[in-house]
Design a protein around this ligand. Structure first.
Ligand SMILES: Cc1cc2nc3c(=O)[nH]c(=O)nc-3n(C[C@H](O)[C@H](O)[C@H](O)COP(=O)(O)O)c2cc1C
Length: 147
């Protein structure tokens, strides 16, 4: 809503590209289920707004997935959620909602869902770099199991 998640995604892209990975950042505004058809591993980077809602630019995508219920078996993803613990009842629900939706459609999460807290004093775009590298290591482990 204020560009933080986008900044986080761009920072992770730079760090992972430097490590030799092929990465694309896709703003959620115009996405639909076909994004999952091209292969690859997905990292959902989302904040929380309103009453624990996904941000406005992710709503159409989130709702379309819930309505169309595509079979996402074989899709692997991680979640980097942004939120603020001041919203105790709905802390990080944006990431939680995407996680539950994708898991319900048969996709497999790799690693734990990250829950950044804006009131913690840490900047998500800084925490994200180390987190993304650790997450990629878990992706590698998972892929090695299935190779
Ligand atoms: C009006 C408003 C409502 C929010 N609601 C929630 C919420 O329900 N739960 C939560 O964890 N964070 C909530 N947040 C915190 C944001 O998710 C957090 O500041 C995030 O870093 C913003 O990232 P963005 O600019 O990518 O949207 C809210 C922030 C605002 C300004």
């Amino acid at each position: 809503m204020t560009g933080t998640s986008e900044l986080v995604a761009e920072e992770m892209l730079d760090a992972l590209e430097e490590d030799g990975h092929e990465v694309e950042v896709e703003p959620m505004d115009d996405l639909d289920a076909s994004v999952f058809e091209g292969g690859g591993i997905f990292l959902i980077c989302t904040s929380t707004y309103g009453q624990g809602d996904v941000p406005d630019n992710a709503k159409a995508f989130y709702e379309a997935l819930g309505a169309q219920k595509p079979d996402l078996a074989g899709v692997r993803y991680g979640v980097f959620g942004l939120g603020d613990r001041t919203y105790a009842e709905t802390f990080n629900f944006g990431g939680k909602r995407f996680d539950e939706l994708l898991a319900g459609l048969g996709a497999e999460r790799i690693g734990e869902r990250y829950t950044h807290d804006a009131s913690s004093g840490t900047l998500p775009e800084e925490v994200a770099l180390e987190w993304a590298e650790a997450w990629v290591a878990k992706v590698r482990e998972r892929l090695a199991q299935t190779a």
